[in-house]
Every structure is written in structure tokens, then in C-alpha cells.
Design a protein around this ligand. Sequence first.
Ligand code: ADP
Length: 333
Amino acid sequence: MHLIRSAVLKMTLYYLLIIMALSIGFSLFLYHVSSIELNRELRRPSFITQTEIGTLFNYDRFRDTRLEESHHHLLDNLIAFNIATLFIGGALSYALALRTLHPIEDALEAQSRFTADASHELRTPLTAMQTEIEVALRNPKLNAEAARQLLASNLEEVGKLKALSDSLLHLAQQNGQSDSYRTISLKEVAAQAAEYHGKQAQAKDITIENRVPAMTVQGDKETLVQAVAILLDNAVKYSGPKTTVVLSGKRLNHQVELSVKDHGSGIKASDLPHIFDRFYRADRSRNKETVDGYGLGLSIAKKIVELHHGSITVKSTLEQGSTFTIKLPLETA
Ligand code: ADP
């Protein structure tokens, strides 16, 4: 990305400027202090007069030459040190800038992918509505009945758009405010989620069994209910009539487990690694036309569970059913 590349270069430059300012400052200080030291060391002791040693050599001339040599030597060393600092510091600054900006680059990329996916999904119902309306308007003999049918179809598309925008909003709102976390009963969470989908299950003659025992976790009740409700919604959506969906729970060493087991269509092994991705819908030819959805439910559930420091996994066999398991850390007293 061009934006990130120029930010990396800018950051490298800033880091390098700081390093070089320190290095040059330090060198100047060292040069100054060393000069004073050299001057002091090579000063002729006051008890020896130049005439006394003058017979051997001219001490003052010797001193000046030594001083000049030492200064040159010191200056050469310091310049070499600063050139080395410039190159090594430049490489280090670049590596550091890359490391600092890498997560930002990832986040930006994920965001633009998300926006592209969301726009694509929004386009589908909008295009369907646009086409229907255009065809209807071109028909000079449009009667009340046809207009009513058009409105009903448009209403359906509007419903889909609303569901999609609600899902997107939920996804954006999950930003992990752990200050709203309280001790909550998982049994109640399961019961509330089951209540949400009672009618939907009844319509398909599906029984929802809540076997979650009394267990507590630290968390936000509303969002956890939402996560379990998403799993239940899928369990009911992807199960045939007259089947059973079981909600169960158990306590492990440091975690509690809540599972949603259905006897529905199951998920293909090749789809399993992707079903928690945004906008992913397994086996399009089989599901997309028959079951409504945007492939956002599981990514919302995953995000909620992760914000509770938990994990979500799935086991599934095609045509036999799926079990989604949420693991949450056990509440510490
Ligand atoms: P949506 O259900 O809206 O398509 P999700 O993110 O909730 O989106 O699910 C992603 C995909 O995972 C679904 O399209 C479906 O193919 C598959 N899936 C999820 N839950 C189940 C389930 N209980 N049984 C079978 N397939 C499931």
C-alpha cells in the first residue's frame, strides 16, 4: 500500500534523525571533553623549563604536533563512528518502522476488504430492487395488483438490507468494553437465547433442549446471549423439521463449556476452516438460495466470545449435524 510505504519511510527518517542527533551530540561532547583531557595531559610540567629540556627536544613543538595528531585521530574515529551509526541506524530504523506499522497495515487491509465485501453484499438486494422497479416503471399497463406484488418483493429486499445493516452494526459495536462485565449465569444466557428462537423452531417443529447446568462466568450478558442466539439460529436454520437442538454445558479445570448440537445438514470439511470468516457461506449451491443469511453470524459470535477471552470451535459431519462449542474462562473468585 502506497500510504503505508510512505509512512514507513517517514517514520524511518524520524527515527534516524533522533539517532543521528544523539550520535552527533554525543560525538561533539566526546570531542570537547577529550580535547580538554589531551591538552591537560600533554601540558609541560611547570617544574621543568623549556631551557632545561630544550637540549633534548623542543617540548612545546612536540606537544603541538602530538595534540594535532591526536585531534585528527579522534576526529577521524568520530566521523567513522557517525557514518557507521548512519548506516546501522538507518537499517535499524527501517526495521523498527516496519515492525511498528505492520499491525496498522494489516488492520487497514482488513478494513478495506471488509468494506469491499460489505458493499458487494449490499449491492445484491439493491440491484434486485432497482431492476424490478425499472421494469415496472417501463410497463404502461402496470395495474394495482402488479404494483402490490412489486412492493411486497421490494419489502423483502428491504428486510434483507436491514438485517445486513444490523449485523454490520453489531460487528462494529463489539469493541470489548470489559467494564460492563458482571457475574452471569450461563444457564440463563442459554434460556434467553432459546426463547429468542422459540417461534422459529416451533415453525419447523424443532425441539430446543436446554440442558445447561448452573454455571457462572464474568461477562456481558446481552452480547453472550447474542452469541448463543446466533449458534441457535444457525442450528434451527440448517436443520430439517422434527429434529432436536441441544444446548449443554460442563465445567472443565479452568474453563466452562457451552455447546449447541444440532442434527442438521452438517458442514463440509473443506468449509470448516472458513465458516467463521466474514461473509463466508458454505456450499453456495446448496445453501445460499434456500437459507437466508449473509455469512456474518458466526464472525459476530466469534468476536463476542474472543472479547470474553474465550474460544469457539466446531465439529461437524455432513448430513449428520454440527456441534458448536464456546469455551469461556472460569470465573475467578
Ligand atoms: P449465515 O448463516 O448468515 O450464512 P454464518 O456466519 O452464521 O452466516 O454461517 C456461515 C456458514 O456456516 C453458513 O452459511 C452455513 O453454511 C454454515 N453453518 C453455520 N452453522 C451451521 C449449522 N449449524 N449447520 C450447518 N451449517 C452451518
